[in-house]
Ligand binder design. Sequence first.
Ligand SMILES: [Zn+2]
Length: 485
Amino acid sequence: MVFNILQKNFTIDVNGMQEVHSSCRRTPSSSGQDNRIYDGFVVYYKQQLFMLVGECIAPVKTRANELSSNIKLKVFPVWQGGGVASSGGGWGQGWGRYMQWEPGPGDGGQDPVFDCPLWCVLCQGGRARLREAYQRGRGALRLPADMLSIRLPQLFDIHQVPKVFREDGIISGYRHPQSSALDCILSSFQMTNETVNIWTHFLPTWYFLWRFCILCCTQNFLSESYTWPLLVYMLLICVYPFTSSCAHTFSTMSPAARHICYFFDYGALSLYSLGCAITYGSYVMPDCWVNSRLHQHFVPIAICNTLFCTSLSCYSRFLELQFPHRSKILRTGAFVFPFIFDNIPLFYRLILCCGGSCCHGEALSSHCYHLLFAFLTCFLFASHLPERLAPGRFDYFGHSHQLFHICAVVGTHFQMEAVLADMTSRRAWLISQAAVPSFMGTLGALALCVLLNLGIIGVFSVPLLWNSNHSANHPLTPPSKRKQQ
Ligand SMILES: [Zn+2]
């Protein structure tokens, strides 16, 4: 924090008097004499401002151990002026004395440079005088304490945080591993290695919500059951980026909280895969597969996939520390498998039916862009590129998880456009040829899956919460050791 007092800038660390910066400058006066101006300290102490002024009685040396013999210090409340600490009078009389000093013998015309931490000053009896001045001036100057005491939380390097918080190739920018919820929210406005992860899913949430609101105005979601698959899909593409954004925000509250946050993230992603299956089963299924056995069982199989995906991805977190590769393979597989299943109708349309009757070219380009970004998303998630090639270079911008988020969102955008194109262009044919989407096959399936997924997340979360409570109440495990786990 910088104050400008009498045209001089003072940098003040409001939280630690040990870190107060000061300066002693030599400035030629207008008359050309070798007068020097010695800046004082402005000290913020117990919600009051104080001025500490050095009256130099000998040339100032740069070495800290020579300071005490060269400087006589004055301390007074800044709002009363220098005269309080000496012979009376206010700013007008007091400043002149403190602002100038004569060079002593042996100075050699060198510019005095003084950069001393405040404790150097206080150890000469300044602390008592400071306290006295504080008592005298209490209440005379009240600056908004909250404004001055807000300070960005410290960030940590990889070796300073427990293993469970470490990310491959990310060296710096870690938040405190036991942040409060408020710290976590505030950290989204501070540049950490999670900030871009948070915003790359928070902002798209609002984009998808905006698209959803427009569709609410143009589609009849209440009474037209043909639109219910789209309703489920739109709900889920708003939910999954928002859940991910929250997971990245609050993942540094504790190791258990981190796991639980990502359990919810995985749950939301697997629900999104259910949303894809419901829309693809209703709007994207090729003409020749409509009413087939696969079509009839498409959503029930997708529900099973969702449960499998959530369970496996949550389980993979327990293997992360001991078997990181196995954990990564299981987690990647947990999401790739439902993705491939959901896209079987689309693969058929693109590969085997291209140019044929079930091709429906209007949506084809959007479907292709979606698949392209989906493959990119998967590649980035699995490869940890580019930070794996240059650890530490992409800590804040450009690491794989940020690119993964962006590709996922762009892919979802193209998928939404493709689904809307198919839904609109095939409406008449699908309503006449296929069974109308049922409540149980759309919103009912979603509600069932939400409940089952919450149950799975609960099953995986309970042991973590129990363990963290148990270790917190266990006096034999020191907190420092617990942090290392
Ligand atoms: Zn993420």
